[in-house]
Ligand binder design. Sequence first.
Ligand code: PLP
Length: 451
Amino acid sequence: MPSEASSVQKLSESFYTPFLSDVAKARLPSPIRSLLPLEATPGLLSLLAGKPNPTTFPFTSLSFTAHAPPSEDGKPAGHDIAVKVSGSDLAAGLQYGPTNGMTPLVDWFSDLQRAVHGRERGEGWALSVGSGSQDLLSKAIIALLNPGDAVLVQSPVYAGVIPLFHSLKCEQIEVEADAEGISTDSLRDTLNNWPADKPKPKVLYTIPYGGNPTGATATLERRREVLQLARQHNFLIMEDDPYYYLYYGNDAERPPSYFAMERADTSCAGHPVGRVLRFDSISKILSAGMRIGFASGPAPILRAIDAHTATANLQPSSLTQVIAHSLLNAWGFDGFLAHTRDVSKFYREKRDVFEAAMQRHLTGLAEWSAPQSGLFFWFKLLIPGADSASVVRAQAFERGVLALPGTVFLPNGRSTAYVRAAFSLLSPEEVDEALKRLRDTILDARAAATT
Ligand SMILES: Cc1ncc(COP(=O)(O)O)c(C=O)c1O
């Protein structure tokens, strides 16, 4: 199965055929988009695509200012830089572009994957840009799963993927998670006790840093075990990682990503790479409204995702990609990474303020572990027989505070005493007031539960 095309041993293209869904296999290539790359042939006169003539577009230039990245030691630069998009860059931004993303941005992100995750180009993986990572997640799920397939899902899980699995009528096999991330005991038990006459799950969906909703980050040991189980039981890992760059830890060293580990971790030595499909997002670090995310992983799966894009939305927006690239190019990798450190510091401070208020108001009324990345606290209401849905949706709302009941993060939708609270936006004063209101709500609910 493995082939030895470069220095790294990788899984062969044919390895992925049984992993692709019937829909992905049946999808016809877009007749126009599949020929578009040929337009780059030197000397060619293209009569191919119905591209509008850009001289008819009214935009003549685009200028914006952005913060200069902080210095290495985290000091804010204190000034803005001016970025201008004009000429051929603007023309490209206003025109249709490649299905998998604008080439300069795809190249920038690919180089970032090399710098951050140690993945060299030409080692069997590809990268596509999407309209947010959600776009790519939904297309990947359609590319990999047939209706009714079993899928391993870290639980509790990002509420945005449950409807995707649900609409495909997938059997969502919940893999428990705790403060150390996904539970490998739960994963191992499930797989070791899998019925012999039933096809094993092909995919594990996991959020390794700052899991939404729990905020937990998987430890190095857990990650190693997950990779080992993936090889043993032959599944692919969907590593959904929008909180990677927000990691603030508990002063603990950041563990490497699955994408990095399958290439370089000693526990994976001697095994071919190609089991990890990684999803990154710029939503939490540059802008959520630009709708830009990128998927990196085995080329056959990325081709299936691109084939879906070619017929669904043709491509992510050229213009926001060109804007993002202009900024990233002006900053460079060092500037980008300095900015992400600044963002993670910002959220760490927000977390600390929120936790201090939790301690002031909810000690003895709720239980929690501090998140290590992301924007959320996940806590259990200490109310006898509590179903957080009724407490949060009705009683807390009446007292003027809103949070999400834990049930929406459970694939099987069972009731739970857990609640998710986002701490990204409120000021310290507002946090204090929100948690006071929550305390009063919990006290009422406890009184009601004991009468
Ligand atoms: C775990 C997870 N995955 C994916 C997404 C979607 O992010 P994007 O804005 O890149 O589509 C989110 C958004 O909150 C998320 O929490």
